[in-house]
Every structure is written in structure tokens, then in C-alpha cells.
Design a protein around this ligand. Sequence first.
Ligand code: AMP
Ligand code: MG
Length: 337
Amino acid sequence: METVLLSDSATGLEKAAEFIKNGEIVGIPTETVYGLGADASNEDAVRRVFEAKGRPADNPLIVHLADFSQAEKYTLSIPALAFKLAERFCPGPLTMVLPKNDRIPVITSGGLDTVGIRVPSHPVMHRIIELSGRPIAAPSANTSGYPSPTSAEHVMRDMNGRIAAVVDGGSSEFGVESTVISIEGGSTARILRPGCITREMLLEICSDVIIDHAILHELEAGQKAASPGMKYKHYSPRADIIMVEGSLDSFIAYVGKQNGEGVYSLIFDTDRDGFPYRYMTYGKNSSEQAHLLFQRLRELDDAGAERVYVRAPEKNGVGLAVYNRLIRAAGFEVIRV
Ligand code: AMP
Ligand code: MG
């Protein structure tokens, strides 16, 4: 199959919507990362999304809608808190897990009786949903396990020959995937995957916001995952990633002892003056880190990095999302210096 690169012109979006209606798969830009879009109600199309990514069948796909009011069409019930959250955060990078109805096939929900619903704000994704008239299942458009794509070029590299088209909408604004939450009781939310809608922001609406244990800790053998994605190694480049927590001076001293062929450091912009070893930087605050992280992980592979020591980000605000992706990329290997 030849994968066509489409522009984000009106004609490009019409072609993309046509592909979706015909059961084909299209790489689509969103405000989080690029998604691998397919008609969520078409079992055959969804099956091919799992195949294209090499994604485990029990890892559910998020369903993207043009407006939160459409969620009623695909769910059994929607708690009042979900409507309040939607009013504040939709469209945007928030996914809410809700009880699904039969319009969402079980293959889409990875066998679960719930479905993650999101209303993306990116004009390209939004328009393609409208033009196709379909709910669009869209996991991140990377090969399963590899860092998520934040540009059309990343999608092409992973998916060329496996999908019908990619729409080029420039680089993704946020750079990490949506915040995924479930709703517990009347006014409590549980974060299953942190993102750019932070715990602090959710607390403007919810009385309590629980950070699921698996966001910062490895699941123990036999422990049940609140969200299937928690079970898998994720976001990993070919290079070994090692997170290092501590001051810049201790970081430099530690890397000095490990330094050699193929060793890189991934540090903050503010660390670069006089940094003595081979490095790349990934921004000066959490938002920039989120925006740049996946791109840098791919660039480190391109540069031939074999081992990468990463200055650990903050664990609050958007930093929690960056920390969560890195700790998984590192297979939970964190060194405190
Ligand atoms: P991705 O498609 O790559 O953005 O990953 C989506 C993630 O959202 C999955 O790995 C799941 O962990 C999570 N997710 C999606 N749907 C559900 C659901 N119904 N229940 C719990 N977690 C979900
Ligand atoms: Mg993903």
C-alpha cells in the first residue's frame, strides 16, 4: 500500500474523511500527538489499526468525537461530573472513561465494557470527524512501544506502507498524549494517564483527584491495571534510558563515571552552560519538556545514542506527564544521586 501525504487544505481533509468513511486508516494531527484514525464503529478498520501498530488487543482505543454532546450516543450513562468537566476542558486533551454501549465494538474497547471519550481541539482532527460523520478511534500513530509521533514525518517513518494516508498539520502543540481519567463517586476523578490537563486543573472542578499508583510505580506481578496501557513498556527509543534524580552537580559527577561511546545526556536548557559531556536539551520548563520529549527520544536514536541519562523532570503539573512517559521509557530505572 502506498501511503499518501496529504496537506491540511480543505481538499486534503476531504480526502482524509473519505478514507475514514471507506474503512481506511489515516494519520491525523491532534493537539496532543498524531493519531492513527479509523472509524471506531467499523470492526475491520479497528482490527487493522491494532495490526498497523503491533498493539496488544487488550489495550483499548480512545474514541474521538466532534462535540461532547455526542458522547450520549456511545455510552450507557454519563455522570454529572463528566458534563462539568466537559464544559471546562472539552475540546481539549482530556479523555474520560465511561460505560460504553453497543455502538462501540468490543474490539475498539480492548474487551472492556468502558470507552475512553475525547473531544480534540485541533482544527484538522475536528474537521475530519465532522466531514466523516464517524466516531474516530485514534491511538498514537507510532509503532507500539516506540515514542509517540509529534510530526507527520514521525508518522511516515513508522507507518509508511501500512496506512492509507497521513495529514501534515505541523508539529503537535502539547507533545504528550491526553490526560485519561475515570470518575469515582459523585465528585472524584482518578488519573489513569497524566497529561496536559493537570491534577491541579482538574481540582478546579473535582473535590478530589487521585493519581493512580501505577502512574509512578511499576505494577507488581498479579496486580490488576486500572488502565490496560499501564501494563506495557512504552515510549521507548532503541537507546537505554536511565532517569537520574538529583542536583546538576551530582548528575555531572555521576555521568562522568559512566561516560563512553554512545552515551548521551538529556538535560534542561538551563543546564547547558559548560556541560562537559555529549548532550541534547529538552526545554526549560514542563510544557517545553512535554512538547519536545518524544521528538528528542527519536533524535537520540537517529544520533546513534546507546545509553541516555536523563535529568528527571518535576512530578507536578505537566511535569507529572513528562515524568510518567520517561519512567516508562526507562523501564522504571531511576537513579538517585
Ligand atoms: P493511546 O491510544 O496510545 O493514546 O493510549 C490510550 C490509553 O488510554 C490506553 O493505553 C489505555 O491505557 C487508556 N484507555 C483507553 N481506553 C480506556 C478504558 N476504557 N479504560 C481504561 N483506560 C483506557
Ligand atoms: Mg500510545
